[in-house]
Design a protein around this ligand. Structure first.
Ligand SMILES: *Cc1c(COP(=O)(O)O)cnc(C)c1O
Length: 478
C-alpha cells in the first residue's frame, strides 16, 4: 500500500523518505473533496492507482523530486487519469494507412444513408420480425432476402453474424457427421482465428483434403468421393496467392462433377464483390452473381469486405438448401442484429445502381478513386501544414501504394499519393506514436524513415482535422 514502509533493505534512504511522503489514501481523498471532487468508488480507485504509480516510480528511480508529490501535482495526476477514464475506449480514428478494408480499424466505413437508417430504425420499434401484411410473426431474413436474390440471381438467401458464422452454419447443416472434400491449396487461415480445418472440425464434418498444395485436379476430387461425402467445398484463397506451377479446379467443373454424384457444391468467397472492379486496375475476380450462375449450391461471403456494408455473413443458394440452413437451431446463436440488418439493407439498396454504389459506398469509392482525386487531397493537406511546420518537419507529397486489405486481393498494389512527414526535432517513431495516441488518433505507416499518410483512406471531411492534429502533435499552431 502507498505510504507503507518498504520491505527490502536495498532501497536508498532518499527513496525511503520519498515513499514516506506519499499521502495516505484517505488523506488524499480529503484533499480532493476540498478541491471540489466528490468521493466516489471511481475516484477512490483512481487515487489508489495514482499513489501506487508514485510508489512504483520511486522504487524504479524515476521519481526523485519531492515536489512531484506536492498536492497540486498529485491533484493534476488524478485529474488527468479521471479525464482519461471519462473518454470512450472505442474511438473514431483517421485511417491514413491506405489499407481500405482494414480489419483492425473496423473494415468498411458505412455510407451516411446507411448510418442514418440504422439510427432511424434503431431509435424506435420496427418490423424486425413482424409481417406488416399479415399482422403475424415474420422473419428478419425476409427484410433483405429479396434484395440479395435480385442482386445476385440466387434463389434464396439469409444473413448471419459474419462470414465465419456463415461457413460454420452451412457446413453444420449440410455435412455434420459426413465428409467434405476440399483442395489442400484452399485450407486457408484468415486473421489468426479462422482456419478452414478448425471450422470444419467444429461443424462436425470430416475434412477430406485432396490434391497437393500447389495443384489440385478434378480427378483428385473424383477419387475422394464416397457414399459418405456430403459436400464439395471451394474456398477463396483470399489472403494469399499460389503463383508459379499451380492450378485449381474451376467452379463449373466442380459443379458438373458434383452433379454426377448428386452432391452440392459450396463456395466460401470470403470477400464477395457484386461489381467487377477490373476496370479500376484491380484483378478480374468472378462477381458473386457469376459464382451463383456457375451453379454453386451455396455461396458465403462477408458483409464488410468488398461489399462495403456492416459486419455480416451472407449465405446465398438454392432454395431447398437455404431453407434447411434457416431451420438449423445453431442459426439462432449466430443471428444478425437489427442495427446491422438496417445498415445492410441500406447498403444493398444502393447497389440497385452500380454507378451509385461506386460513388456512395466508401469502400468502393476508395478502391475506384482516380489518382488525381487522391493527389488533390494530399495537396490540400500539404497547403494547411507546410508553412507552420517549416522549422519542425519536412512535408512533401510522394507516390506510394495502397492495399485493398481484408484479405481481399492480397497482391494488389494500388498506386496512390501520400503525404510524407520527416520530423526535424524528434524521431519518426516518436511522431507515429504521438499521432496514434492523440485523443483523435491518426494511424499511418513508417516507410524509409518517413511517416506516410496515404490520402486514399482519409475522407475529404477529415483533412482539416488531420491537419490540426499534425500541427498540435508537432507543437505548432496555425
Ligand atoms: C474473411 C474470410 C472469412 C471470414 O469472414 P468474416 O466475415 O471475417 O467472419 C472466411 N473465409 C474467407 C475465404 C475469408 O476471406
Amino acid at each position: 500500500m502507498p505510504g507503507e514502509s518498504p520491505k527490502t533493505g536495498s532501497i536508498s534512504p532518499a527513496a525511503c523518505k520519498l515513499l514516506q511522503a506519499i499521502p495516505k489514501v484517505d488523506d488524499f481523498l480529503g484533499v480532493l473533496t476540498d478541491s471540489g471532487h466528490p468521493v466516489t468508488t471511481r475516484s477512490k480507485n483512481i487515487v489508489r492507482q495514482v499513489l501506487e504509480e508514485c510508489r512504483q516510480a520511486i522504487l524504479a528511480g524515476d521519481l526523485t523530486d519531492k515536489n512531484e508529490l506536492a498536492q497540486p501535482k498529485l491533484i493534476a495526476r488524478f485529474e488527468a487519469r479521471l479525464a482519461a477514464r471519462n473518454t470512450p475506449n472505442f474511438k473514431r480514428v483517421i485511417n491514413a494507412t491506405g489499407v481500405v478494408i482494414h480489419t483492425n480499424l473496423g473494415r468498411s466505413v458505412l455510407p451516411d444513408s446507411a448510418m442514418a437508417w440504422i439510427n432511424r430504425v434503431g431509435a424506435g420499434y420496427s418490423n424486425l420480425e413482424f409481417d406488416l401484411t399479415t399482422g403475424r410473426r415474420g422473419s428478419r431474413y425476409s427484410l433483405v432476402e429479396e434484395l440479395l436474390c435480385e442482386l445476385t440471381g440466387a434463389e434464396a438467401a439469409l444473413v448471419v453474424n459474419n462470414n465465419a458464422a456463415a461457413v460454420l452454419l452451412s457446413l453444420e447443416t449440410l455435412a455434420k457427421g459426413r465428409e467434405v472434400v476440399v483442395s489442400r491449396g484452399q485450407l486457408v487461415e484468415i486473421g489468426g482465428s479462422f482456419r478452414i480445418p478448425d471450422v470444419m472440425a467444429r461443424s462436425g464434418a470430416t475434412l477430406i483434403e485432396v490434391g497437393a498444395t500447389n495443384r489440385t485436379h478434378l480427378r483428385d476430387y473424383e477419387a475422394a468421393i464416397t457414399e459418405n461425402t456430403a459436400l464439395l467445398l471451394k474456398v477463396h484463397t483470399s489472403n494469399y496467392r499460389i503463383i508459379g506451377f499451380s492450378s485449381e479446379v474451376p467452379l463449373p467443373d466442380l459443379v458438373t462433377l458434383a452433379g454426377r454424384h448428386d452432391l452440392p457444391v459450396m463456395e466460401d468467397l470470403g470477400s464477395g464483390c457484386l461489381i467487377d472492379l477490373s476496370r479500376f486496375g484491380l484483378p478480374r475476380e468472378p462477381t458473386v452473381g457469376e459464382v451463383v450462375a456457375s451453379g454453386a449450391d451455396v455461396v458465403t461471403f462477408s458483409g464488410d469486405k468488398l461489399l462495403g456494408g456492416p459486419q455480416a455473413g451472407i449465405i446465398l443458394g438454392r432454395k431447398e438448401i437455404v431453407e434447411r440452413i434457416k431451420k438449423n437451431p445453431l442459426n439462432r446463436a449466430l443471428r444478425i442484429d437489427k442495427f446491422t440488418l438496417a445498415g445492410l439493407e441500406a447498403v444493398l439498396r444502393i447497389y440497385g445502381d452500380q454507378e451509385d454504389a461506386l460513388k456512395i459506398i466508401p469502400t468502393l469509392a476508395m478502391l475506384s478513386m482516380p489518382i488525381e482525386k487522391i493527389k488533390a487531397r494530399a495537396q490540400k493537406l500539404i497547403r494547411q501544414i507546410k508553412k507552420p511546420l517549416t522549422d519542425h518537419c519536412f512535408a512533401v507529397t510522394i507516390s506510394a501504394f495502397s492495399r485493398v486489405g481484408g484479405g481481399a486481393l492480397p497482391e494488389q498494389d494500388l498506386p496512390t499519393v501520400a503525404v510524407a512527414l520527416t520530423p526535424l526535432n524528434r524521431s519518426v517513431n516518436d511522431l507515429e506514436k504521438s499521432l496514434r495516441e492523440y485523443p483523435e488518433p491518426v494511424i499511418g505507416r513508417i516507410e524509409k524513415d518517413q511517416f506516410l499518410l496515404d490520402m486514399r483512406t482519409v475522407a475529404d471531411h477529415e483533412i482539416n482535422q488531420l491537419a490540426t492534429t499534425i500541427l498540435a502533435v508537432l507543437g505548432t499552431d496555425r
